[in-house]
Design a protein around this ligand. Structure first.
Ligand code: LMR
Length: 312
């Protein structure tokens, strides 16, 4: 198994480190455009192998996609992170061109790879990569729901003073302020969360989740990396180990939830074939209205991408 992570910045290197530690690949390639950065991070991770006991051979390269040839899974984290005061959507002008050219290079050397996009604005960057790659949509999708749900679960675990392992939750929609956490599909070891927490506290946690990325940008002056990197690696694990995990994933909709030709966060089954099923959970009227609102917000950024005229 050969895996590539494009981008040796905070998110890319954290993701690569998780992949190595989980021994998901025999060979792990990290690519970056900055001279020496990926080489250095790859070498550093390889030198951690005898300590952390993994066999994954990690190697970094500067913009040399021939080294990535034949990768079975590729994670694309390239692009600028946001700074305080910016929304993820503000990154489209810089990141769309970067994601397009990275996807072209990836496809040229690994035409059969399953591709996971992590770059922001996530839903539209995933769409841009799909248009560029021209491959089946079950093999190209985005990471956001695993991260957003993890934030929601972590906040709930803290509030209820229980293990984060016992919080099961679903969150749908775009990776932005309009994301839709779903309390009706949130349980603590099977117990409906609404039995354990009052409405005001739950609503406060939902609001904090929606702005979870921004909270970290304000604290650190740049975007988060530990949870985003771990989330992408968890998706890689589900694919590589054919785990059939059910995760919220930014997936291409072709009629599901009454929507077409859009990438949006929905629950899917992830296994060796990538997205093996899109699961259509029953949403009530207000949940559906929130999902549609989130889709509208993603569509407005798709329009910006379209107007940039950079993808055939
Ligand atoms: C996140 O949610 O942490 C990422 O999308 C990065 C960001 O800028 O919020």
């Amino acid at each position: 198994m050969k895996i590539t992570v494009v981008g040796a910045g905070n998110v890319g290197s954290t993701c690569a480190n998780c992949i190595a530690q989980k021994e998901l690949a025999k060979e792990l390639i990290i690519v970056d455009i900055k001279d020496g950065l990926a080489e250095g991070k790859g070498l550093d991770m390889w030198q951690a192998a005898p300590i952390n006991y993994y066999n994954t051979k990690v190697k970094g390269v500067t913009n040399d996609y021939t080294a990535t040839a034949g990768s079975e899974v590729v994670v694309i984290t390239s692009g600028l992170p946001r700074k305080p005061g910016m929304s993820r959507d503000d990154l489209i002008a810089t990141n769309a061109g970067i994601v397009k050219s990275v996807t072209e290079n990836v496809i040229a050397h690994s035409p059969n790879a399953i591709i996971i996009i992590v770059s922001n604005p996530l839903d539209v960057m995933t769409y841009a990569a799909y248009l560029t790659a021209k491959k089946a949509s079950n093999k190209i999708f985005g990471m956001a729901g695993v991260l957003d749900t993890a934030r929601y679960r972590a906040f709930l675990a803290e509030e209820l003073d229980v293990s984060p392992k016992d919080i099961q939750a679903l969150l749908m929609g775009g990776h932005g302020d309009t994301m839709v956490p779903l309390p009706r599909y949130t349980t603590v070891s099977g117990i409906p969360v609404t039995d354990l927490i009052d409405e005001d506290r739950l609503n406060a946690i939902i609001e904090r989740t929606k702005f979870g990325g921004g909270e970290l940008v304000n604290l650190m002056g740049t975007s988060a990396w530990y949870a985003p990197g771990a989330a992408a690696a968890q998706m890689v694990e589900a694919i590589v180990r054919d785990q059939k995990r059910i995760f919220p994933v930014c997936a291409y909709l072709n009629g599901e939830y009454g929507m077409k030709d859009i990438y949006l966060g929905v629950p899917v089954k992830l296994g060796k074939n990538g997205i093996e099923e899109i699961i259509e959970v029953k949403l009530n009227e207000s949940e559906m209205a929130m999902l549609k609102d989130s889709a509208e917000s993603v569509k407005s950024i798709m329009k910006v991408l379209d107007d940039m005229n950079i993808i055939d």
